[in-house]
Design a protein around this ligand. Sequence first.
Ligand SMILES: N=CN[C@@H](CCC(=O)O)C(=O)O
Ligand SMILES: [Mn+2]
Ligand SMILES: [Mn+2]
Length: 318
Amino acid sequence: MDFPALPVDVQPRPWTGRYDGDGEAHRRWWQAVTPATGKTALGSATQRPAVILGFCSDEGVRRNKGRTGAAAAPAAIRSALGPLAYHSERPVADAGDVAVRDGELEAGQARAGLAVAALLDGGRLTVLLGGGHETAYASYLGVAGSRAVRDGQRLGVLNLDAHFDLRDEDAPSSGTPFLQMARAEAAAGRELKYAVVGISEPNNTRALFSTADELGVKYLLDEDCTAAAAEAFVADFLSGIDVLYLTIDLDVLPAAVAPGVSAPAAYGVPLPVISAVCRQAVASGKLLHADVAELNPAFDIDNRTARVAARLVSILLG
Ligand SMILES: N=CN[C@@H](CCC(=O)O)C(=O)O
Ligand SMILES: [Mn+2]
Ligand SMILES: [Mn+2]
């Protein structure tokens, strides 16, 4: 199957990792991932082939007065994924990076959206590696532009995040993507179906809670995120949609687990709960697209956050 021509700025580079030998028994991610150029060998795979794409962007976090450095995250996640053992049959390709140039966030989001839509229409499961959480609006442009959503499938956006990111600002940033989506869905004659797992009450103002209520956003507070509560919350959300866009803001995790983010969480949702939600999303058969956002390698400790991001990607594609 040919790959569509993609508006990427940086071509995929070969991945690296520990070498134990060739063949399935020794396979690691760096050996499994192929460059998404030319033709891809789908073999006898029964699982939808996946494509990883990077979105190198700091601009949203900068505009949102956060700690910049997320533009380096796609490379850090690939480095953390490379040495991990690959247990899946799913073909995985790397399409390279879309980079936000000279602060031109909106243009970068548009390019990434075109790439994601083209890959989705080519039958791929897409994973976008952010980038600050402005990555989410690039993802949305991709899923909203895909044939599945244009043909009327009901889209749901599930955000694993300490924050609503529903800010009403003059310019798009990492704090605004879901209000942008709500407005874009309204302009398309639809209503955004948006749910958040892990909201921190002290880290979202009353104004943000009011916006969430006005938009009918469903949310589960971090302190209420037991495994059972999260499972029931996600099951209820999944029951009302056809296709899922899952977005993981790594600051949903406790600061000890994910220190390498702009806004580390004092409380956070335990990793086993987040990982179970990811497995639930995959098991639903509704996962159309996913992204992982807000990794900032400059603030990471022993690549802890990058390793968690890699582990979650491996769950989503495993
Ligand atoms: N994407 C980030 N969103 C958060 C950041 C909060 C903070 O910097 O403390 C927000 O805008 O609310
Ligand atoms: Mn966020
Ligand atoms: Mn957040």
